[in-house]
Design a protein around this ligand. Structure first.
Ligand code: MG
Length: 740
């Protein structure tokens, strides 16, 4: 099928020698041709000024031949149906003649397709893509990238299909500069090198981190107290009012000592992360300016430094990187959020230069202590900022140049460099860490751009501003804070960051009674009762101090609950079906239930909390895309025909799957009844023949739109024709399990 724009038709009819000839002749006319009145390539009239970064939706072509534009379920229209020889062309205007990373967002249901990326006029072939990603569905995209040298100024870039079976969603062209054969000498420290972050040995380092949110900064919502108080200091003041100064100090000390320990660092490492992010509250390190005996003086408090020293030691011992983040600077650097602990009756960081001076002095003191530690990954000078600097502005996300923020960064870096020449700086933006206008370029080396990624869609557009900064300023970019979201979102976010070579750190590591972090700190009924009393009756409560101490005690890792659904969503596949993986023994006399989340390998699906009251594991698998979803290792003691019953849900009755073993299909479920809700469950079953021995069964989703909660395996009869050893027991167990 060939669809062409009307403007092209005059070019098509006279040509009988094939499309290739048409293509060549067309471009032989480029620059002088007149018949093309729309979608024209090569005139460059509409191009904006030259850029180091271009995000090009596939539908923004200047011309295409053979291919067609289709609407999609995932944003912009795509270019699809690219038969052999079809092409699509884009006019671009690039700032420099140098290397660019060109990223193609491609879908291919069957993993078929190949194309060339070339210059429409010079015919230079920049890259040949022989294998496109197998995405399992036309609406599921993956990206491939190539580093290619592209010319300065205007040119027309063309994708020419070599093999059919692929669709294009977008192109991303990002300047990476000259590719050096020899990487810079290792410095012994993590550092920014062009757009990459390197480790102490000079290897490219990709951060996978978690932030210790709620540790030093008692954000009221994290303490479940946001109905009572607005800021972390108000929370502590409430405690002081109700349980006294001594017990409040005791509570905070226990909380700080319990929230992160060596065990937490070891657990983080065992889960596959390589970075902890420590958000500091200045009040554990120094006095607020109004409490200093004299202006310009800094009283150093050992509490904060001792805690940080210890964490640095643990991270060093376990070879985990630690990014030090000043979440709350003296005075507070943000107005809107309780996360900054801003007190409206006192000057903010930006309203009294003494706060700025003290903040810089604090950083110098921190840097002086850790200047020689290679596991300190860098200094994130202000976790985020929310401040309107321009008098005529009403929105900190619309600051034109963020001059006070940039000036602060430059002053701080200059001062810290005098005591620590080694460590990298991470510079977050205004507008909650999302608005960096005016900060870059910055005339200081070894800096990275940090950004926050809360409550945003996980698409390329959401990163566009940061990718532009990276391309234009040759700085690495790091996602320093995001979280409080569901597991599918985590999975998509990690996927997005990895595809764009962006290190990341989610937030927080643990939180009271919230399943959206890797660990849940259990809230006690008494704590809820206490908060309720304090809120509604303004009453004191007996043993309130002990209730708070118990809350602090519950912050210990060994008392927390691991939310495996979160860690698997963030870290992806965390186990393999190798020899070390546990197997489930299937015996003739027992009905074996295997929870869906007890896989040995997971792909194309995520774990969710389940609302099925018959569930025994707490989770189900959802978002099962096409392809191998989950694998289970079984040890079958007796070969035979087994009935497998699956606990499934499907809103519309979509979804189907098959069971594969060693690449062969051994059973199939072709339809799933509509259950109308994702958490309404039903059973489907079939009979499959299983050989004896240890084996891996793959559940392969052939159509998306279904959830899996568990499956149960029971022998029908053995291959040898023998009966079950004790059919009565078997039936009884079965009935008991089914609750019928
Ligand atoms: Mg389950």
């Amino acid at each position: 099928m060939i669809l062409r724009s009307p403007a092209l038709l005059p070019w098509i009819y006279p040509i009988v020698a094939g499309r290739r000839r048409l293509f060549d002749e067309r471009f032989a006319f480029c620059g002088t041709r007149t018949p093309l009145t729309e979608n024209e390539c090569g005139s460059y009239d509409d191009l904006e000024e030259a850029s180091s970064f271009l995000f090009i939706p596939a539908s923004s072509y200047c011309e295409l031949d053979g291919a067609e534009q289709q609407s999609t379920t995932v944003g912009e229209n795509r270019v699809a149906s690219l038969s052999k020889g079809d092409w699509v062309a884009y006019d671009v205007n690039l700032l420099n003649s140098t290397y660019y990373r060109v990223q193609f967002q491609i879908s291919s249901a069957d993993g078929e397709g190949a194309f060339r990326f070339e210059n429409a006029f010079t015919k230079e072939i920049y890259a040949s893509i022989e294998t496109v990603p197998h995405t399992g569905d036309a609406d599921v995209y993956d990206s491939i990238s190539r580093d290619v040298r592209l010319p300065e100024g205007s040119s027309t870039l063309l994708l020419r299909s070599i093999e059919p079976g692929w669709n294009l969603q977008s192109l991303n062209i990002e300047e990476i500069g000259e590719i050096s054969e020899t990487i810079e000498e290792a410095t012994g420290f993590v550092r920014a090198h062009g757009r990459e972050i390197l480790d102490a040995k000079g290897n490219i380092l990709h951060f996978k981190g978690m932030g210790l949110g709620g540790w030093m900064v008692h954000e009221p919502y994290m303490m479940l107290a946001d109905e009572l108080v607005k800021t972390p200091t108000e929370f502590l003041n409430l405690l002081r009012d109700r349980i006294g100064y001594t017990d409040t100090a005791s509570f905070r000390k226990q909380w700080l000592e319990n929230y992160v320990t060596l065990k937490d660092v070891q657990k983080l490492k065992s889960l596959g992360f390589n970075l902890f992010q420590a958000p500091l509250h200045y009040d554990l390190f120094t006095l607020p300016i109004e409490k200093e005996p004299e202006r310009g003086h800094d009283t150093w408090l050992l509490t904060g430094f001792d805690l940080l020293d210890q964490l640095v030691d643990w991270c060093t011992q376990e070879e985990i990187y630690l990014a030090i983040v000043l979440q709350v600077a003296p005075g507070g650097q943000g107005r809107a959020s309780s996360a900054y602990d801003y007190d409206i009756t006192k000057p903010s960081l930006w309203e009294d230069d003494e706060n700025i001076r003290k903040t810089i002095a604090l950083w110098r003191e921190i840097a002086r202590r850790y200047r020689d530690n290679e596991w300190v990954a860098g200094y994130d000078l202000l976790g985020a900022v929310d401040w309107i600097f321009q008098s005529n502005n009403t929105n900190d996300c619309k600051e034109v140049d963020n001059t006070p923020l940039k000036t602060f960064y430059e002053r701080a870096i200059e001062a810290i460099r005098q005591v620590d020449p080694n460590h990298m700086f991470i510079l977050n933006g205004n507008c909650g860490g999302t608005h960096h206008k005016g900060i870059f370029p910055i005339s200081r080396n070894n800096t990275a751009l940090g950004f926050h990624h809360y409550w945003t869609e996980n698409n390329l557009e959401s990163l566009q501003a940061y990718l532009e900064f990276r391309a234009t300023n040759h700085v690495p970019i790091l996602m320093m804070q995001a979280g409080e979201n569901h597991n599918k979102w985590y999975q998509e976010a990690v996927d997005l960051f990895e595809r764009n070579q962006i290190g990341w750190s989610f937030f927080p590591w643990k939180k009271i009674d919230a399943p959206s972090s890797p660990f849940t700190i259990l809230g006690t009924n008494l704590y809820y009762a206490l908060l309720d009393k304090w809120q509604n009756e303004k009453l004191d409560i007996l043993n309130a101090n002990q209730i708070m101490f118990d809350v602090a005690d519950n912050a210990k890792l060994e008392k927390c609950t691991l939310n495996e659904a979160v860690t698997v969503a963030i870290m992806g596949v965390n186990t393999e079906c190798d020899q070390a993986a546990p197997s489930y023994t299937i015996t003739p006399d027992k009905l074996e239930r295997i929870e869906a989340e007890s896989f040995c390998r997971l792909q194309n699906a995520v774990i969710e909390n389940t609302a099925d009251e018959l569930d025994t594991g707490g989770f189900n698998l959802g978002w099962l895309n096409k392809g191998v979803a989950a694998s289970y290792k079984l040890n079958v003691t007796v070969a035979g025909d087994y009935e497998i019953t699956y606990r499934v849900a499907s809103i519309d009755g979509d979804g189907s799957f098959r069971i594969e073993k060693d690449g062969s299909i051994i059973g199939e479920i072709q339809s799933i009844p509509a259950t109308k809700e994702w958490q309404k469950w039903t059973d489907v079953s079939h009979v499959v023949n299983l050989s004896s021995g240890v084996q891996v069964l793959n559940i392969v989703s052939s159509q998306q739109g279904w959830n899996l909660n568990w499956f149960e395996i029971a022998l029908l009869e053995s291959l040898t024709g023998g009966q079950l050893e004790d059919p009565i027991v078997f039936e009884a167990e079965r009935n008991a399990k089914e609750g019928s």
